[in-house]
Design a binder for this molecule. Structure first.
Ligand SMILES: [Zn+2]
Ligand SMILES: [Zn+2]
Length: 215
């Protein structure tokens, strides 16, 4: 599996391009913004996207979708059902932000579902807390965590649909994932599951062999 990261948009959101299994095909995770940049990169690499996967329904993770769908017609967008009908988010100053509902060709996904795309088997793991429909995507040795888990941190729970108690359960679930994975978060740097279990203060409480015991 080859994973390319593009950092896009005003929130420096990580967009990931996964390829290497089926010649010329790839998957886009969270095409955050700057569709032209994404398209240029794909054309340079002779890659055609087979699908777009969204880790959750926040607009800073999907702003490039309409333009990408103009370049590649019928490109499907997979997003958890609970983030699909996200009501219009009103933030401070009365600004209204776009939602997944406005996108076309959206397909709802749910816990435990398997997707076969661009030669990869992808498992959907529902981890609510940052939003109701936040998911992780498990692809080979990669764990795409969106805004649920960051390097040494976690996503906010104070936006609409956020929930501290659900986040707690989701983090416990992540801490119980066996084996090691490369972790590809929705913002900032890459990490590994073993490093997060050891050093991430939000996961440490679930992990017996965490770094806290030795500090
Ligand atoms: Zn978010
Ligand atoms: Zn985000």
């Amino acid at each position: 599996m080859e994973v390319q990261r593009l950092v896009l948009g005003i929130f420096n959101t990580n967009c990931y391009i996964i390829s290497g299994k089926s010649l010329g095909k790839c998957i886009l995770i969270d095409p955050a913004d700057d569709a032209e940049n994404i398209r240029k990169w794909l054309v340079q690499q002779n890659l055609v996207p087979e699908a777009i996967l969204l880790t959750h329904g926040h607009y800073d993770h999907f702003l490039a979708v309409p333009k990408l769908q103009a370049f590649w017609k019928e490109l499907p967008v997979y997003c958890h059902l609970l983030d699909c009908p996200m009501e219009k988010e009103e933030h401070d100053m009365g600004m209204v932000f776009p939602t997944v509902t406005a996108l076309s060709n959206v397909r709802g996904i749910e816990e435990g579902q398997k997707l076969w795309l661009a030669g990869f088997e992808i498992t959907v793991c529902h981890t609510p807390g940052h939003t109701k429909g936040s998911v992780l995507f498990l692809v080979e040795d990669g764990l795409f965590t969106g805004d649920t888990l960051f390097c040494n941190s976690i996503g906010r729970t104070d936006f609409p649909g956020g929930d501290d108690a659900q986040m707690h359960l989701s983090l416990r679930r992540i801490s119980e994932i066996k084996g090691d994975y490369n972790v590809y978060p929705g913002h900032e740097g890459l990490t590994t599951l073993s490093a997060e279990k050891k050093y991430n203060p939000y996961l440490q409480c679930f992990c017996k062999d965490s770094g806290r015991l030795y500090q």
